[in-house]
Design a protein around this ligand. Structure first.
Ligand SMILES: Cc1cc2nc3c(=O)[nH]c(=O)nc-3n(C[C@H](O)[C@H](O)[C@H](O)COP(=O)(O)OP(=O)(O)OC[C@H]3O[C@@H](n4cnc5c(N)ncnc54)[C@H](O)[C@@H]3O)c2cc1C
Length: 434
């Protein structure tokens, strides 16, 4: 029988977090790592996201102050962001699409400061500028190119694709392996679940892990879109290339407006997308024990504060859409897919806007916080500040599910930051137990 500390650390899920965790652990030749991915590619959501890179605001990371997660604060987050390999390309005005340029000009004309690197500015609350994208020489730069490829072949690192993990195998409260859907059992020294905010809670439930907070607290940034019927259809190399950050009446830097240069391949339509970034509404990943599957219920805009911020976001995006620079590229500005002119938004009442927002609210694909980090004595926390599942041994979580709350940013870079910090903690823990 293999000694337990010679068994691999099994990392479940090769997405933004899993690739970082597996690669960073494998940098240490004394740690054997096995990365399991259900699909046929490495990279998870980082392979199909819109590549917008943002760190968010400094205040978003005061998790010690706000949630009792000791050691998690902006100082530590900021130094990890700075130490990460630079994955970002700052979009230049000559690379931007027509909707990008129109949005920036509209916001600057309305008084927003022009900020060159909004992505990396965690302090100014308001501004407009071109995005920074996870792009290198025009090609997507995911965690695979940044973390996995540079490692090369290593005797201590193995990857298995098309390996769908059914559950974590437990010996009492200790994780000792994983079971694949075909029934295969893989023994492990420990298991790090990085299956993403929607799949991680389901996997824990299937493994009979018992924490009341599993699945509870799910968030996403709610968004609404104003569609632009473009005068001159144009293919743009960049899908989203500009961002405006502004504040609602009761918030601070809690609204983003992004430009979508084309909504589909025809190039006939673009959009301005307004998102509420400081989210209070919470939902749940509901588990069905009969089928072993889960359903995500976001409850977007269920909190009155989010609804009020969305009203301000709707009015803000409408004002930007009717500006001279946007009107000069769009024949029509629409508030839904049926072709309704957005003009009604100009003098809409609060309740009309609420009604419209509730009917059309979309997710930003930033699902998070379904297995939140918190104090060990907080019964709704699922992991402690070292990402260990509370009450269990050799079982860690690392992906967007462990955020106590969403930052005011697109989530890929924040996930990568968290994965870097958790990897360092894991390496410390594993070297102590050698
Ligand atoms: C369409 C879209 C657009 C987005 N745009 C942006 C953007 O522009 N900027 C930005 O910052 N963020 C964006 N995001 C969000 C960002 O990409 C995600 O928040 C981030 O990648 C999440 O990382 P993760 O590691 O938590 O999960 P993921 O990257 O989703 O990784 C989870 C991995 O686990 C695997 N897995 C799941 N279950 C199992 C199982 N049972 N067994 C084995 N493997 C399993 C999955 O296949 C996947 O590879 C976008 C997301 C989407 C979907």
């Amino acid at each position: 029988m293999t000694a337990r500390n010679q068994l691999p650390i099994v990392v479940v899920g090769a997405g933004s977090a899993g690739v970082v965790v597996a690669s960073r652990l494998a940098e240490d030749p004394s740690i054997s790592v096995l990365l399991l991915e259900s699909g046929s590619v490495l990279g998870g959501s980082s392979l199909r996201n819109y590549m917008v890179g943002m760190t968010g605001m400094s205040d978003d990371y005061e998790w010690d102050r706000d949630y009792g997660c000791s050691g998690w604060n902006w100082k530590n987050a900021s130094s990890t962001f700075s130490a990460m390999p630079d994955m970002l390309h700052d979009v230049q005005p000559n690379e931007a699409g027509q909707v990008d340029s129109a949005l920036v000009e509209a916001a600057v004309h309305a008084g927003a400061p022009r900020i060159a690197q909004l992505a990396r500015d965690a302090y100014s609350s308001e501004g407009a500028g071109y995005c920074s994208l996870t792009l290198n020489n025009g090609v997507r730069h995911s965690v695979v190119e940044t973390y996995f490829d540079p490692l090369g072949n290593r005797a201590n690192f193995a990857v298995r694709m098309n390996a769908v993990v059914d559950s974590v195998v437990m010996d009492g409260s200790r994780a000792v392996g994983v079971r694949l859907t075909g029934g295969e059992h893989i023994e492990a020294r420990g298991v790090v679940v990085c299956a993403g905010a929607l799949a991680t809670p389901v996997l824990l439930r299937r493994s009979n892990i018992n924490r009341p907070g599993i699945g509870i607290g799910l968030q996403d940034h709610p968004s609404i879109a104003i569609t632009l019927a473009l005068r001159q259809p144009q293919q743009s190399a960049i899908r989203i290339g500009a961002n405006v950050r502004t504040s609602s009446q009761k918030g601070n830097a809690d609204i983003h407006v992004l430009s979508l240069n084309e909504t589909d391949e025809s190039g006939k339509f673009g959009a301005l997308i307004a998102g509420v970034m400081h989210v209070r509404s919470r939902g749940e990943v509901k588990f069905d024990p009969a089928t072993g599957t889960g359903v995500a219920v976001f409850n977007s805009l269920s909190d009155e504060r989010d609804k009020a911020a969305m009203r301000d976001a709707a009015r803000c995006v409408y004002e930007l859409a009717r500006s001279h620079s946007v009107s000069s590229i769009a024949d029509a500005v629409l508030s839904d897919a049926d072709g309704t002119s957005a003009r009604w938004l100009g003098d809409a009442s609060d309740s009309e806007i609420d009604d419209w927002a509730l009917r059309h609210v979309g997710a930003y694909s930033h699902a998070a916080s379904s297995c939140a980090m918190g104090k060990s004595r907080d019964e709704m926390a699922v992991v402690n500040e070292r990402a260990e599942v509370i009450g269990y041994e050799n079982l860690w979580l690392c992906d967007a599910s462990i955020f106590p709350t969403l930052p005011r940013a697109n989530t890929h870079l924040p996930v990568v930051m968290v994965a870097n910090r958790v990897s360092e903690m894991l390496r410390e823990t594993l070297s102590e137990s050698r």
